[in-house]
Design a protein around this ligand. Sequence first.
Ligand code: BES
Ligand code: MN
Ligand code: MN
Length: 464
Amino acid sequence: MENIKQYVQENKERFIKELIELLKMPSVSADSAYAQDVINTAEAVKTSLEKAGCDVVEMCETPGYPIVYGHKMIDPSLPTVLVYGHYDVQPADPIELWDSPPFEPVIKTTEIHPEGAIFARGACDDKGQMYMHVKAFEYMIANNNLPCNVKFMIEGEEEVGSKSLGWFVERNQEKLSCDVILISDTGMISNTQPSITTGLRGLSYVEVEVTGPNRDLHSGLYGGAVANPINVLTKMIASLHDENNHITIPGFYDGVEELSLEERAEMAKRPYSEDDYKKALNIADTYGEAGYTTNERNSIRPTLDVNGIWGGYTGEGAKTVIASKAFAKISMRLVPNQEWENITELFKKHFESIAPSAVTVKVTPHHGGQGYVTPIDSIGYQAASKAYSEAFGKTPIPVRSGGSIPIVALFEKELKSKTIMMGFGLDSDAIHSPNEHYGIFNYMKGIETIPLFYKYFTELHKNQ
Ligand code: BES
Ligand code: MN
Ligand code: MN
């Protein structure tokens, strides 16, 4: 692999240019106004896999957006790596908070990215990280050193729950059979301290609707005499946490995996500064469940957060009104042994039970998924660890992430393969936020690290 560094350097400008073209395509899966752009993006991904050297590339139709599948099978006796990524992106809103338009990528330097970063929606999550795999593959083909078989499965509905991918995986176990699944859709600690994501949280996402009177009312004539759905909803939501910030839904913590003090002490060894964390977010203090540190609260503990809340008059000036309805979107991040369907059911039951009789409540589940923990004694983890060590000159630390990729647990169930999460993004890259960006250093380092994973995984697989 001596020449990977050289190949990356020589092709740097082109790699950046190609990614920028991909980032110009607004593949927002949540908003049907972008449906054609999402499909165009799938086409562009397909073309990129063909050009990089796949034998077979298919646009696999699903009930939703297509899945781009491609492979290069060189020898059935060699192991197969299945690369998963997503070409869809989050909505860009609130658009007015972007310093440059979200689908007009620009390169700017930042304190953390002195070599520059590409600013655009999807730069890090996940087009930039997904495309590293296409370019790493291109390198291995061009230099005739692909050590094993490779399959690509790039979907377009990750940001809206991967419904079609679940459908696709259940129907294509044979086609997707592999020895390991490789994903770059997570982060690492910093550019000088790489880490490998060993855990993802599960998710249960619900929407609630509280209805009071059958129409909006004059708040003077009726105020005080009827339940105000917004007052009631906010009170109900507030009651979901107690004074220690524990979640009050009965049964919510049943079976939650408690880490031993040794494991928690091990976790606490990672480099971390609470002061820097607060500074980066401009907050005077962190906040969360009593008895746990910040890094525990956002990784090994389950949480409940309101993601949106609305109702009543929000226009200019004042309007004295009691709204008929109030709404909220609520997500719960889950940890191993919490079944997401069960949690959704517990939430629904509890939320309905705490509603006063003066209102009616409707709970609508959106989507969810199981958490995931990958073992660090697998050859996949060891190969990833060796790859990072070589590329960064530093041993990576295993870290459990707070984010979710619900489909990973399903991969394990349906394909019986472990997933290795080689993320190269940073928390400060602002994924899902305005001004999302991805460091040029990270993009290039990723392309350099991935072929090393292939090499070490193939070697370790042979010696197994
Ligand atoms: N790539 C993220 C998940 C992620 C980011 C995991 C950073 C770990 C570290 C993914 O695209 C994502 O945003 N997932 C959603 C879940 C999905 C069902 C909408 C999430 O975590 O909110
Ligand atoms: Mn992602
Ligand atoms: Mn995302």
